[in-house]
Design a protein around this ligand. Structure first.
Ligand code: AP5
Ligand code: MG
Length: 188
């Protein structure tokens, strides 16, 4: 059975930081919808042009856009034991659609692994990254606030959704990268 892990957590929690090592350790393909969207923006595609303003505003891009990316990855990526989804699903509708996509393949979500930090730490981590990576959506306080609000209003309800199906596992995201990694590994 192909594994479908969801790496969950608020913006700046450390999903991208932890995903590379986890994916390597478990032979999973890391798929970050945020990274895929940033690549579309950099390439100047039609999709990138549409996504750019929404991302800069700290809002979600349309469900159909990210679901198209996810489906195409599931269909084309071979040679892994499964997938490590980072930044998807991000609202209840995407979670339900993911369930349908996987059911159509005779499969289901394996587990949700959540990295949890406070809103205060979200701001600290994103500010730190802004100076290093230069991401457009890290540059302004207003965008960061909007991303935090989007997380609480649209993404956080997924915690309950996945708790109800017994798939939700949470790790404390504070401490060093190595400490968080050890907690995630214990869950995996
Ligand atoms: P996305 O790229 O997913 O951004 P995000 O959710 O805001 O998450 P981040 O990438 O900011 O955080 P992260 O958890 O990966 O943290 P990181 O490891 O970098 O999405 C961007 C946008 O695309 C969205 O706002 C939306 O518009 C759109 N989008 C994406 N997916 C979508 C979807 N499914 N539907 C609709 N729209 C979608 O760590 C952060 C910083 O902290 C780094 O500098 C890192 O070095 C540092 N750090 C990490 N761990 C530690 C630690 N333990 N101690 C100290 N520092 C640490
Ligand atoms: Mg990330």
């Amino acid at each position: 059975m192909t594994k479908y892990y969801i790496l969950f957590g608020p913006p700046g929690a450390g999903k991208g930081t932890q995903a590379g090592t986890l994916a390597k350790d478990y032979n999973l393909k890391h798929i970050s919808t945020g990274e895929l969207l940033r690549a579309e923006i950099a390439a100047g595609t039609e999709l990138g042009i549409q996504a750019k303003e929404l991302i800069a505003a700290g809002r979600l891009v349309p469900d159909t856009v990210v679901e198209g990316m996810i489906k195409s990855a599931f269909e084309t990526v071979k040679g892994y034991d499964g997938f490590l989804l980072d930044g998807f699903p991000r609202n209840i509708s995407q979670a339900k659609d993911l369930d349908d996509i996987l059911a159509g393949r005779g499969e289901s979500v394996t587990a949700v692994i959540s990295i949890m930090i406070s809103d205060e730490m979200i701001r600290e981590r994103i500010k730190h990254r802004a100076a290093i990576e230069g991401r457009a959506d890290d540059a302004s306080d207003e965008t960061i606030t909007n991303r935090i609000d989007t997380y609480h209003s649209q993404t956080e309800p997924l915690i309950q959704y996945y708790k109800e199906c017994g798939k939700y596992h949470e790790a404390n995201g504070t401490g060093t990268i190595e400490e968080v990694y050890a907690r995630l590994k214990a869950i995996m």
